[in-house]
Design a protein around this ligand. Structure first.
Ligand SMILES: CC(C)(COP(=O)(O)OP(=O)(O)OC[C@H]1O[C@@H](n2cnc3c(N)ncnc32)[C@H](O)[C@@H]1OP(=O)(O)O)[C@@H](O)C(=O)NCCC(=O)NCCS
Length: 182
């Protein structure tokens, strides 16, 4: 666990929790009910605000620079609201915005993409750079999605599916180098 800074902030007495060997850049801000799994990493200028609902991030997942993570509160119409759940071995590219959605395992969220409340991304999916995923859409396992609004582009090639794990592994290695410098 690396807490070297003021990145981790309590909200209503709930403090973010980190697993083993997590890397958190000191310029990021992580607030409230946020759990981050072992070997995950949070890069410069990320904002993750677990105030009106929870944020859960799995293991070996990287949240790249400038990404915003937020949630929607519970209401009568929507008793669970929209928490943000991100699985294991997920790569979230630079300046993505993930709001109240659920992501499975081994997913690439392309740079600048926006994923809205209630959307579900199944395992082994690539979302191209700049894609808009509207509320409540379901992205099927094994496909590439691109565009605004997103469209299913084509099935992923085997090499692309292998790359999803490799991308996560690359970031585990990179964050270990950063941790070694602290
Ligand atoms: C979508 C992507 C995976 C490439 O898919 P691809 O099918 O191999 O794409 P190609 O380069 O063969 O291009 C196919 C077509 O899709 C278009 N295209 C490529 N990326 C696109 C994107 N993100 N959104 C919309 N269209 C895209 C190309 O312009 C091309 O169109 P054309 O046939 O009219 O010329 C890639 O461009 C991408 O967006 N990767 C995300 C990278 C990233 O953000 N990583 C995180 C930071 S490390």
């Amino acid at each position: 666990m690396s807490i070297n800074n003021t990145s981790l902030r309590s909200y209503q007495n709930v403090t973010p929790e980190l697993g083993a060997k997590v890397y958190i850049d000191s310029s990021s801000v992580i607030v409230g009910d946020v759990n981050i799994g072992d070997h995950s990493s949070v890069w410069p200028l990320v904002a993750a605000r677990g105030d009106v609902n929870i944020i859960r991030i799995g293991k070996r997942t990287n949240i790249q620079d400038g990404t915003i993570l937020h949630v929607t509160r519970k209401s009568e119409a929507k008793p669970d609201g929209h928490p943000l759940i991100i699985g294991d071995d997920v790569t979230v590219g630079h300046k993505a915005m993930l709001h109240g959605c659920q992501l499975g395992h081994r997913i690439l969220v392309g740079m600048g993409s926006i994923i809205m409340d209630g959307a579900i991304v199944e395992d082994d999916v690539i979302i191209g750079a700049g894609t808009l995923v509207p509320p409540n859409k379901v992205l099927a396992s094994g496909y590439l999605y691109v565009g605004n609004p997103m469209k299913q582009a084509r099935p992923l090639k085997d090499v692309e599916i292998e790359f999803l794990k490799q991308s996560a592994d690359n970031y585990v290695h990179l964050k270990d180098e950063y941790l070694a410098e602290q």
